[in-house]
Design a protein around this ligand. Sequence first.
Ligand SMILES: [Zn+2]
Length: 184
Amino acid sequence: MSPIAVQPTAATTSTTTTTVLPTSIETPPTHPDLIRVDRGTKAFSSSAVSLVALPAGSLFAKITTATPSKKAYTSVQTGANSHIELNSDLVYCNHSCNPSLNFDMGKMEVRVVDDRDLKVGDQLTFFYPSSEWDMDQPFQCNCGAGEGICKGLINGAKKMDGKDLEGYWLNDHIKELLQERVSS
Ligand SMILES: [Zn+2]
């Protein structure tokens, strides 16, 4: 049983990194069995909602349509100096300080967080500093995770206190960059 529904992308003609607001992208669903995209009417207000229930730590989706890109607000960092565009509805997974998913860019897979099951109707979110070292567009978080949990300004792991990153699953490149920061 594979939950992966990858559509053949016949028309992947655009390899540019043009920043297109999610609200203006009207493409067919890439994960119709997994993700419902709620398109907001304002910029940056779209979100992704889970159509499936999965146990903590399990595979949600493989990342199969990524292409190398420059750092942009839609890109995901995969290494100290590398970024990709997801080219799928996974791009609608917003940041949360209490996320439902981990984006593992070493294994190129998206998994349910290790400490909480995923339920149908849950917001699909991940902790952006788990992949992003230095963010293209820092933003004031309003994830609603609550006082003491929400980190406020989200600006990439580089600018965050080590204690604010404790307890989060982090990609290897972020762990390595944090290690370098400590020892420099
Ligand atoms: Zn938050």
